[in-house]
Design a protein around this ligand. Structure first.
Ligand code: NAD
Length: 256
């Protein structure tokens, strides 16, 4: 039987064919999950085109900075899924470009707030709305983080602070939601050429560095993050929660 037969997954963060969320969607669908995507208004055309490639996938608009839009997205997903949800994927992040160009010490209050709101608080906001749909049968919540939360990666700036908040939120959510058998984990992915990653300068140079230094001597692919999300979302990972799981060809273990 497929690993996710009969499972219902709500995925935030598909923007285009390079999106990590799209790779996750393909992995989850390949094992039988029914999907709903949410999208940011300006991405609607691309997201509808991608959704059409996986039969039965519904799409719902949602800006994660709006409580009203989050309420409406979860209500609509609940209707599509018949009142329950098994899998939630959080693959959204944003920081104003100037905050990634200027020195970190110049971070503005507004930029800090925006980055933390969209990239970290949104996980808590989503989890709160997922609980009523998951608490009967349990569930799995997975987000995407980056190693800059733990070590200095020049130019990652306020996004690194947001990722640290996301990882810490993962642990607190895992603790509180564990009593409902809801697991919460985050995948720390190596650098991938996506829309969001292009906002951080030096991506190509850093990917070359990873290919040289990482134990596997290569970069990762979106599909490898997709398959890890599939594992975490499935019963195979039933005792794993609160974790930050690195999918980076081993780069994070290196000291030199
Ligand atoms: P992406 O640009 O394809 O995805 C980012 C998504 O965030 C987009 O779908 C965008 O519409 C969404 N988003 C931004 N602001 C939003 C808002 N206000 N409301 C709703 N949605 C909003 O890029 P990606 O690299 O696939 O990013 C997905 C996740 O993976 C992010 O959390 C990112 O930080 C993380 N990540 C990426 C890399 C990388 O190298 N690409 C590495 C580690 C972690």
């Amino acid at each position: 039987m497929p690993l996710l037969e009969g499972k219902k997954a709500l995925i935030f963060g598909v923007a285009n064919h390079r999106s990590i969320a799209w790779a996750i969607a393909q992995s989850l669908a390949s094992e039988g999950a029914q999907l709903v995507f949410t999208y940011q208004e300006r991405m609607e055309k691309y997201v509808r085109e991608l959704a059409a490639k996986i039969p039965g996938t519904e799409v719902i608009p949602c800006d994660v900075q709006s409580d009203e839009e989050l309420d409406s997205a979860f209500a609509k997903a609940g209707e599509v899924f018949g009142g329950s949800l098994d899998i939630l994927i959080h693959a959204v992040a944003f920081a104003p470009p100037s905050e990634l160009e200027n020195p970190f010490v110049q971070t503005t209050r507004e930029g800090f707030h925006t980055a933390l709101d969209i990239s970290a608080y949104s996980l808590v906001a989503m989890a709160k709305r997922a609980v009523p749909l998951m608490q009967q049968n349990g569930g799995s919540i997975t987000s995407l983080t980056y190693m800059a939360s733990q070590r200095v990666m020049p130019k990652y700036n306020v996004m690194a602070v947001a990722k640290a908040a996301l990882e810490c939120s993962t642990r607190y959510l895992a603790y509180e939601l564990g009593e409902h058998n809801i697991r919460v984990n985050t995948i720390s992915a190596g650098p991938l050429n996506t829309l969001a990653a292009r906002g951080v300068s030096g991506l190509t140079g850093f990917r070359n560095h990873v290919a040289e230094i990482a134990p596997l001597r290569r970069n990762i692919e979106q599909s490898e993050v997709g398959d890890t999300a599939l594992f975490l979302s499935s019963n195979l990972a039933r005792a794993i929660t609160g974790e930050t799981l690195y999918v980076d060809a081993g780069y994070n273990v290196m000291g030199a």
